[in-house]
Design a protein. Structure first.
Length: 120
C-alpha cells in the first residue's frame, strides 16, 4: 500500500495568494492501518499529505477490495481535503482528483481552526 501511495503526488494552492502552489509530501507512515476480513475490504490504510510539518492537508485511503464480481482483488483509493486551500492530486502523472479553494465561516481556537463552507 505504501508503494501505491507513493505513486500519488499532491499540490496545494493558496486561495489568499494568486499563483502560489506548494508540492505536498506523503507522510512517511500510514496514519491508520485496518483490515476487515469478514467484509469486502481485505486490507486498507489511511495516508496523509502535508506541506509543512506533520498535520495532513489531504487524506488518501488505499484499500484492497475482494471484488467478488470479477473474482480478483482490486486496489481502490479515495481522497479528502483537510484544508481550505485548493488541492490537486495525480496518480502516475495523471490528474485523478481536485478540490477548489474555499472560504467560509471560521472559528479559531488556541490549537486549531474550525470552518464551515456552504457551497450554495
Amino acid at each position: 500500500m505504501k508503494e501505491i501511495a507513493g505513486r500519488f503526488t499532491a499540490t496545494l494552492s493558496d486561495a489568499t495568494v494568486a499563483d502560489r502552489r506548494q508540492e505536498m509530501r506523503l507522510l512517511p507512515r500510514p496514519l491508520y492501518r485496518y483490515e476487515i476480513p469478514a467484509g469486502d475490504v481485505l486490507d486498507g490504510a489511511v495516508f496523509g499529505f502535508t506541506t509543512n510539518g506533520t498535520n495532513p492537508d489531504a487524506i488518501l485511503v488505499v484499500e484492497l477490495d475482494a471484488a467478488p464480481v470479477t473474482g480478483a482483488p482490486q486496489w481502490k483509493f479515495g481522497l479528502a481535503g483537510m484544508t481550505t486551500g485548493g488541492l490537486s492530486v495525480k496518480f502516475d502523472g495523471d490528474d485523478v482528483w481536485s478540490k477548489p479553494s474555499v472560504t467560509g465561516t471560521a472559528a479559531s481556537f488556541d490549537t486549531w481552526t474550525f470552518f464551515w463552507h456552504d457551497p450554495k
